[in-house]
Design a protein around this ligand. Structure first.
Ligand SMILES: [Zn+2]
Length: 428
């Protein structure tokens, strides 16, 4: 399939293919990737043989459910046992273009920098020729700095090679070079703005930053609002995972979720069973890169919990959208078939001013899981019925599981150090 690139709003025409064309495209790429990995990466052959699967059985995304999920810990152990690549390398070693090192350590070989994985995200964020972009991600060891650098260049913009650290020099550089784009974490951008203001600058007047892009950190809506409304900076984010090679999903200008990148097969699965979940259901993000042959990462479990939506986005891109990262798989408890993630529950419940402490308890009556929310209040005199109604609604809306009851407990009943969710079910 010939892919047409960079036409106006879209980076390539994969972004706007019909859902039927996408299914066909992903399935074809996937089965080709699996066949190649099985033939060339010894550990993939071993895994498939052990699980009794032949590569010809993986013809569709649904077929992937048969393949065990690969964890980062497995990757580290396999690389330790069989250095340096753990049997995942699927090309001749002399064809490796570069090697990244991520914590573990995990050695990640890259062939030719097919830079458009990230360029697509930068393009959607509006980076173009004429922009001067400061890249404050590290250029050391990890892929971030150099991959973003090449992607920004691919969109035609100029890159200021800043890397991390020395905020005051960064500020001076941004002012002197009239930097229009900032690539770095939102926390760091806020630090830069605050420091610039402390130094007596008026950030809006003295600086030209109009666009910011980040990954690796989910920003709070309030920080984003400050950046967008107070400082008039258009912000965009992407979801990236180092091991499978980069950006997995990215925002368009509508900012209502992150479009799946067609260079990967992205599954949302039940982390316990590995079974795929449908739209709106919270599960673990599992990624299979299908755009390169370098290493045979099939079904890499990210440990991040999210869900996705398939409703058409007004931007015209047709890929489903990831709704945001709600927590880690290890902090999730399954209730009536749905995963409740500790961090997400915390955000919902502590979003209510009146609540001082809380705990969720999962119990079982007969064949049914029951979810109880225990609450301590800051002030005993508030309207409990109203609070319960609002909490019930918000909880169901965001965590997608209905609370069975809310119990108000007196002050200091819940220990200061406690688990957010306690599982009291007895499994026989
Ligand atoms: Zn969109």
């Amino acid at each position: 399939m010939a892919v047409k690139q960079k036409s106006g709003e879209y980076y390539d025409d994969l972004e706007i293919m019909s859902p039927e064309a996408r299914v066909k495209y992903l399935n074809e790429r996937l089965s080709r990737t699996v066949r190649h990995a099985y033939r060339h990466a010894p550990v993939v052959k071993l895994t498939f043989d052990k699980a009794g699967i032949s590569p010809s059985q993986i013809r569709t995304v649904k077929d992937l459910e048969r393949v065990p999920i690969l964890r980062k810990t497995d990757l580290i152990e396999l690389q330790r046992a069989s250095p340096p690549y753990g049997g995942f390398l699927a090309i001749p070693p002399e064809d490796i273009d570069r090697v990244f090192i991520s914590p573990g350590p995990v050695y990640e070989p890259i062939q030719h920098p097919r830079i458009h994985w990230f360029a697509k995200a930068f393009w959607a964020a509006g980076f173009r020729k004429g922009d001067v972009v400061i890249n404050t991600f590290t250029y050391h060891m990890s892929p971030a700095g150099i991959l973003f650098h090449e992607a920004i260049r691919d969109c035609g913009a100029t890159v200021v090679v800043a890397g991390t650290g020395n905020t005051e020099i960064q500020i001076q550089t941004m002012r002197d070079l009239k930097v229009t784009g900032f690539v770095g974490t939102p926390t760091y951008l806020m630090t830069v703005i605050k420091r610039a203001e402390e130094l007596g600058h008026n950030f809006q007047k003295d600086f030209s930053v109009r666009r910011a892009w980040w990954t690796g950190e989910m920003v709070t809506p309030s920080t984003r609002k400050i950046l967008e409304e107070e400082y008039r900076i258009h912000t965009s984010q992407a979801y990236a995972v180092t091991e499978p090679g980069g950006a997995i999903a990215y925002e368009c200008h509508r900012k209502s979720g992150m479009h799946f990148m067609d260079e990967y097969v992205l599954e949302i699965v039940d982390p316990e069973t590995g079974k795929q979940l449908g739209p709106g259901e919270t599960g673990e993000i599992v990624v299979t890169p299908i755009h390169n042959k370098v290493w045979g990462l099939i079904r890499f479990g990210t440990g991040d919990m999210s869900s996705y939506v398939t409703e058409r986005c007004p931007c015209g891109r047709t890929a489903p959208r990831l709704t945001g990262i709600v927590g880690r798989a290890g902090d999730a408890v399954k209730v009536r078939g749905m995963f409740v993630v500790a961090r997400q529950a915390q955000e919902v419940v502590l979003g209510f001013e009146a609540v001082s402490r809380f705990q969720l308890a999962v119990s079982r009556t007969g064949e049914r899981d029951e979810l109880t929310l225990k609450l301590e209040l800051k002030n005993e005199n508030i309207d409990r019925a109203k609070l319960s109604a609002e909490l019930n609604q918000k909880f169901q809306e965001l965590c997608r599981v209905k609370l069975d009851r809310i119990e108000f407990v007196s002050k200091d009943t819940l220990p200061e150090k406690r688990q957010v969710i306690v599982d009291q079910r007895m499994w026989k």
